[in-house]
Write a protein of this length. Structure first.
Length: 179
């Protein structure tokens, strides 16, 4: 019996290990940093805590972060966690997939088009910084956040990234019940 061949897109390249997607943002104990991607598209705003090594982003139903718009490619981008020399980590965004297939319309980061691949850089990629705005297509954007625990609650330029901050408690005595 022969084995069924799976898509190359869903298999990590040889130099990357398998995707490790955890439910909570990945934190370094030394730097206590959490990473988030806040996406806005045709379905509204969604928040993704980033903890894995690789995330596929696009219209494809198998994407780790699915974008809902006809203006984005099925495999529009890939996020790859990178370790810095100081031991901290950040994410790099790659246009298209890790095999070098680019998205149809490219990516804008803070209003600038992601540079095309060249001899030195085989992939069109850029390291993300805190509050980088990523445009995937008309009406489809994301903001990358890299926050330490103190910033999670005090960064006044963003809404709180703590899910419990969205809860409103109502005193039952304040509700008028009609018979």
């Amino acid at each position: 019996m022969s084995k069924a061949k799976t898509s190359q897109f869903h298999q990590p390249p040889p130099n990357l290990s398998n995707v490790d997607i955890s439910k909570e943002p990945w934190e370094t104990s030394e730097f206590d940093v959490v990473h988030w991607l806040i996406v806005e598209d045709d379905k509204g705003e969604r928040r993704y805590p980033l903890g894995g090594k690789v995330y596929s982003i696009g219209r494809d139903s198998n994407s780790d972060i699915r974008l809902c718009s006809m203006f984005v490619s099925r495999r529009h981008a890939t996020l790859v966690r990178q370790k810095r020399k100081d031991g901290s980590c950040n994410y790099q965004i790659v246009d298209g997939d890790l095999e070098g297939k680019l998205s149809a319309n490219g990516i804008l980061i803070n209003g600038r088009k992601l540079p095309a691949p060249n001899i030195k850089n085989k992939l069109a990629a850029q390291n993300l910084k805190h509050q980088d705005k990523i445009i995937f297509g008309a009406g489809v954007s994301a903001i990358y956040h890299q926050l330490d625990r103190q910033q999670r609650r005090t960064d006044n330029q963003t809404r709180s990234l703590d899910p419990l901050d969205d809860i409103t408690l109502i005193d039952p005595g304040m509700i008028d019940l009609e018979d």
